[in-house]
Design a protein around this ligand. Structure first.
Ligand code: M6R
Length: 366
């Protein structure tokens, strides 16, 4: 049932090109530069009347939500707030009938997320759930459902569910951006064309597996890791740190790279590997200066950069290159090496990758 892979997690990491293709299937019409959203049940009027979006989720799904904030705000100009479900429900959120509430949950059974959905509905918001499990409680209790169709995810550490949640948010951003007049047809065609290249680029990222395993062999004894990213890659840094924590039991933190100098840089010494997300793009120069800060304090830099990221490679002890597509989809491509790094480190430490201690696949208690 593991299809020849040693663990479900590894199988699910490798399934991502197929999973992403399944999330996209039937939802884009490249000829007419359109995202097809009829199946979700949202009308044009629903979309034009939204004045604010709340995204609420837990764990990895929460990280996808932060990625979604960057995409939705940029492509639709609708203000987005992202909250952890267990926090959302214990404050007094400002919700009106023009609020679209988006819950993100792989399982559709996470108790905190379900409680947040119920609260949002009772306050009058329309609720959309981005979910992987068909017929789950969250999908039954929502006004609109976006199924990611990534297939069953067995490993406790979420992998393909995360990358397909990002794709769902990308598709929604394009659809909303079009209806609200923020995107012209040419831009939409480009965004869709880029998306159609993604499965093949994810395959390229998977080919880095051996290289990443070799890096893991050098680093698996470390006690602490830092993950740095900026902009849309900041939540990817959070996700990289979470993957490592949950399956290898190494302490890891994700940080927005520009925040280092406000405290966490004090942690840097030769013992702390620092994984930096440094794809080329508009924040590349900024991230390079953050890398200099780490390097001058003796930190071991591991850069995940683009094929043309020469400066990032020069500054780092280890580097891995992705074939970048666009700023949004690069977030997905950067995730793959982080999943593989966490996986190999956990295996080298002899951890139970698919069933980490103290964790359950879905958390049905609040
Ligand atoms: O099923 P959900 O997406 O609602 O689950 C949310 C979190 O419990 C889940 O993402 C958790 O953080 C994973 N173990 C992360 O790998």
């Amino acid at each position: 049932e593991k299809g020849g892979y040693r663990h479900f997690m590894l199988k699910e990491i490798y399934e991502q090109p197929r999973a992403i293709a399944d999330t996209i299937r039937g939802r884009v019409m490249p000829e007419s530069s359109e995202v097809v959203i009829e199946e979700f049940g949202l009308s044009e009027k629903d979309i034009t009347s939204i004045d604010r979006i709340f995204i609420v989720a837990c764990g990895t799904s929460y990280h996808a939500g932060i990625v979604g904030k960057y995409m939705i705000e940029e492509l639709t100009r609708i203000p987005v707030e992202v909250d952890i479900a267990s926090e959302f429900r214990y404050r007094n959120p400002i919700i009106t009938q023009s609020t679209l509430f988006i819950a993100i949950t792989q399982s559709g059974e996470t108790a905190d997320t379900l409680a947040a959905i119920r609260q949002a509905r009772s306050l009058g918001a329309k609720v959309m759930t981005i979910c992987n499990v068909i017929g789950s409680t969250a999908s039954r209790e929502s006004d609109f459902v976006f199924y990611t169709h990534s297939g069953p995810e067995i490993g406790v550490a979420s992998t393909k569910a995360f990358t397909t949640q990002i794709i769902a948010l990308y598709l929604l951003s394009i659809a909303f951006g079009k209806i609200r007049g923020c995107l012209d047809d040419r831009t939409i065609s480009m965004l869709i064309e880029d998306l159609l290249h993604l499965p093949a680029s994810v395959e390229n990222s998977l080919e880095l597996d051996n290289e990443i395993n070799n890096i893991a062999k050098e680093l698996f004894k470390a006690k602490d890791f830092l993950y740095l990213g900026r902009g849309i890659n900041y939540p990817i840094a959070l996700e990289g740190a979470l993957k490592l924590k949950e399956i290898s039991y190494i302490h890891a933190e994700g940080y927005p790279a520009g925040e280092m100098k406000h405290g966490p840089i004090a942690l840097i010494d030769e013992e702390v590997p620092v994984v930096v997300l440094a794809p080329s793009g508009r924040l590349y120069e900024k991230i390079l200066s953050n890398m200099e800060e780490v390097k001058s304090r003796g930190g071991t830099l591991i850069a995940i950069t683009s094929s043309d990221g020469e400066s990032a490679k020069r500054l780092s002890t280890y580097s891995i290159s992705i074939h970048g597509i666009n700023d949004y989809l690069n977030a997905v491509l950067l995730t793959i090496p982080l999943q593989l790094l966490a996986y190999h480190i956990a295996v080298l430490r002899g951890c139970d990758v698919d069933q980490p201690r103290n964790l359950a696949k879905s958390v049905t208690v609040e």
